[in-house]
Write a protein that binds this ligand. Structure first.
Ligand SMILES: [Zn+2]
Length: 375
């Protein structure tokens, strides 16, 4: 598990100048490498990888000796970031082609890796960094025992304040192997679609959408009939038949899906949604009753897992599963239109997948707490 803690830094004038130098050098190296990658691809469709650009960096340092004044690990990290940006571009839908960084539009930051104590957080109110030495800091939270520093990102905000976001790594909670092996988190939507924490999505059923269209059409037809007439009654009957048919298909799908999950996994973590709020929101449109399969789905999962002696864990509905970064724990406010979750720790991921992973992790934490109380 990882956890990031952001500390305010109070660098001396020299240290601040050094930070600015590192920001600039990292941006320079990033842009150079992006240019190499584009040129190589345009020339003969060659895709450069991280190692290729790392060789390039060695040459670059010979041409521009001032690069040697910056944190060399940070320069390599900016090449890593570029590499991640490229793999995201290919893997994550909607991630976009990597862009050149500008001083104006990009956050000024650089990341350095802790190599056997090159980065350290001291309770004596400083953070040790490569080349900068001890930088005065407000240590509002000390690392707990067993937390190891993985990396830190130094940044400057628009007001000129400096921060160090320290990424700690710690052993994830040890849950008995028997139950920790086969865990899944589900980010379930009221319309029957879900994403699981392994990145598999249940895309729902085509017939359901087809049935919906049929249902809507039949309802529109009803409006043209005189209320109480025999045609009206006939149409009403037709609507209730379609409705029944859709409900049956839906129920069938919920049963099949929940059985499959209960057979496959030992621990299933879900989010307990606020059913009342959900039904209020969709009240008044024809889908309301049909779309409320979520509660049913949870009930099915619960008894099917219980029957098999497995675990069903409900994560509190207030837990910010969509807003939390599943990699470092930072919180970002996402708007409903944001399909991709992006975090400054480097994570770029489908929003639902990030949520599903968080639900799984939080569910495991809860299960572990329970386990400790009992046993
Ligand atoms: Zn993150």
């Amino acid at each position: 598990m990882n956890k990031a803690i952001k500390y305010r830094l109070y660098p001396t004038k020299e240290q601040a100048e050094y930070f600015l130098k590192c920001f600039g050098c990292c941006r320079f190296v990033y842009n150079q490498a992006l240019n190499w990658r584009i040129m190589a691809y345009n020339a003969d469709r060659t895709c450069l990888n991280y190692n290729d650009t790392a060789y390039g960096l060695v040459a670059l340092k010979r041409i521009y000796p001032w690069l040697k004044e910056a944190d060399s690990i940070a320069l390599q990290q900016s090449l890593r970031h570029l590499d991640t940006a490229f793999s995201n571009f290919f893997k994550v839908k909607g991630a976009g082609f990597p862009k050149f960084k500008s001083r104006k539009h990009n956050r000024r930051s650089y990341t350095t890796i802790n190599q056997k104590g090159t980065v350290a957080v001291s309770e004596d109110k400083y953070i040790k960094l490569p080349k900068a030495g001890k930088v005065k800091a407000r240590i509002h939270r000390s690392p707990e025992s067993g937390w190891n520093i993985k990396s830190t990102t130094i940044s400057m905000d628009s007001d000129g304040k400096f921060y160090a976001s320290v990424l700690y790594e710690y052993e994830s909670i040890t849950i008995p192997v028997a139950i920790s092996n086969n865990v899944i988190g589900l980010d379930y939507k009221s319309n029957g679609l879900y994403m699981d924490s392994n990145g598999n999505s249940h895309t729902g059923h085509k017939y359901y959408r087809a049935g919906q269209a049929k249902f809507a059409k039949a309802q529109r037809k009803l409006k043209n009939k005189a209320i109480g007439s025999s045609n009206y009654k006939k149409q009403q009957l037709k609507i209730s038949k379609i409705h029944k048919h859709i409900s049956n298909q839906r129920l069938d799908d919920l049963h099949k899906t929940s059985t499959k999950i209960a057979n496959q996994y030992d621990v299933v973590c879900v989010e307990s949604l606020n059913m009342k709020a959900m039904s209020n929101k969709s009240f008044g449109n024809g889908k309301a009753t049909m779309d409320n399969g979520y509660g049913m789905f949870l009930n099915m999962l619960e008894y099917k897992l219980n029957n098999r002696g497995k675990y069903f864990v409900k994560v509190d509905k207030w837990y910010p599963s969509s807003q939390t970064c599943c990699e470092c724990g930072r919180i970002h406010k996402l708007s409903l239109n944001d399909r991709i979750y992006r975090c400054e720790c480097g994570l770029t991921m489908d929003r639902d997948l990030n949520a599903a992973i968080n639900i799984r992790n939080e569910g495991l934490n809860l299960l572990y707490e329970q386990y400790q109380k009992v046993g």
